[in-house]
Design a protein around this ligand. Structure first.
Ligand code: NAD
Ligand code: MG
Length: 393
């Protein structure tokens, strides 16, 4: 709580899908939240506009080459301007923000998210890749600092709402639901030729490009399996994945007495974001209300591990442990970028991840520097493998 009584909030990745949904809620609750810092990589004019609208103390671009543009856009506003990855970390450290929304995409969010954790902030965590690539170090840092991790990912937010952490012995398993993405019914032969446009057209959610491709390959659910393992300290064997195309049940917790608790809602990220921002209280969110009578039917099916090998790769990486999830995540980031850049085909994404995992020693990284080193090595290996994937076609 700040001097003016409002809840200080910093948004990392303020121009993205999660970032703008977060600011939409802040806009509707001007007496509740005070924006401290906003960061973004590109879309400098949108960043500057948001910084002015919310009267942020500080605006940061992670891209040093965009410093002058941001400075020019904020001329005369009195808003501090900074640039570069280290400036994003400094923004995350600002103590006047009680809560940090971690909504950068990819392992690029690791250092700033850790900085927020290290100062004991409330961290609303959308950036699942940072838990995938450094889960053990992240949870150890949370335990050290007393930070609170509030899951924003809709599945994990759902589990968080119905997971009785005080009576963990009563919990049998958690069930992550998955929409199945745009290719749920696409034959394997046809998946070979799908375009980036088809892959990012998610049936239920409007999201950034990278997570949309991850949803299409179901690597997103694989990353979420690893994320759930770290957030809820559950072994891989007790986390199930269930395809549920309507995305109404956001996930479930099964108890030893046969009870299953679920959280439901229309698919709109402003619900889990509102829960993370207001926790342990509730705040109003302007989302469509769930009308089950109108929806009438909820359906479920088992995931198809043949058409969606990413699910198997992620499960194996979690089972193997050590550095395997770090390698999986880095290789996937490279492969998804290559697919979006039309350098490889859709099915090559999982092939590149698989081949990268096979090439590297998955020794557990013992420090953040070692995570960063392994992430970089996996990116180089995956880049090299892109060529052979293309050559094989
Ligand atoms: P997005 O692409 O829409 O936005 C990403 C944000 O991160 C932007 O503000 C961008 O400027 C910033 N960014 C990109 N690269 C950066 C870098 N190298 N350094 C610093 N900042 C950088 O992505 P999104 O869909 O909002 O997703 C953000 C995170 O939330 C991802 O980890 C994603 O998996 C997770 N998530 C998103 C959704 C969703 O509905 N969009 C749901 C669940 C989880
Ligand atoms: Mg999710």
């Amino acid at each position: 709580t700040e001097a003016d009584g409002r809840h200080g909030l910093t948004v990392l990745g303020a121009t993205g899908s999660i970032g703008t949904s977060t600011l939409d809620l802040v806009r509707r609750n001007p007496d509740t939240f005070k924006v401290v810092a906003l960061t973004a990589h590109s879309r400098i004019l949108e960043l500057a506009e948001a910084a002015r609208e919310f009267n942020a103390e500080l605006a940061v671009t992670s891209d040093p080459a965009r410093y002058q543009d941001l400075k020019a856009a904020l001329e005369g506003s009195g808003i501090e301007v900074a640039a570069g990855p280290e400036a994003v970390v400094e923004a995350a450290r600002r103590p006047s923000a009680r809560t940090v929304m971690a909504a950068i995409v990819g392992a690029a969010g690791l250092a700033p998210t850790l900085a927020a954790v290290a100062r004991g902030a409330r961290v609303a965590l959308a950036n699942k890749e940072c838990l995938v690539c450094a889960g053990d170090l992240m949870t150890a840092a949370v335990a050290d600092s007393g930070a609170v991790l509030l899951p924003v990912d809709s599945e994990h937010n759902a589990i968080f709402q119905v997971f009785d952490d005080e009576r963990r012995e009563g919990i049998e398993k958690i069930i992550l639901t998955a929409s199945g993405g745009p290719f749920r019914r696409t034959a394997l032969e046809d998946m070979r030729a799908v375009t980036p446009e088809q892959a990012v057209a998610h049936p239920n959610w409007s999201m950034g490009a990278k997570i949309s491709v991850d949803s299409a390959s179901m690597m997103n659910k694989g990353l979420e399996l690893i994320e759930a393992h770290h957030l809820f300290a559950m072994p891989e064997s007790r986390i199930d994945i269930l395809v549920h195309p309507q995305s109404v049940i956001h996930s479930m917790v099964a108890y030893v007495d046969g009870s299953v608790l679920a959280q439901l809602g229309c698919p709109d990220m402003r619900t889990p974001i509102a829960y993370a921002l207001a926790w342990p209280a509730r705040m109003k969110a302007p989302v469509e209300r769930l009308d089950l009578g109108k929806i009438a039917t909820l359906s479920f099916e088992a995931p198809d591990l043949v058409r969606f090998p990413a699910l198997r790769l992620a499960r194996e990486a979690l089972r193997q442990g050590g550095g395997a999830p770090t390698i999986l995540n880095a290789a996937n980031e490279v492969a998804v970028a290559a697919f979006l850049g039309r350098r490889i085909g859709f099915l090559d994404i999982a092939a590149v991840v698989d081949a990268t995992l096979a090439r590297l020693d998955p020794k557990a990284p013992a420090s953040i520097d070692e995570v960063i080193g392994l992430d970089a090595a996996a990116r180089r290996t995956a880049e090299d493998l892109l060529g052979s994937v293309v050559a094989a076609q």
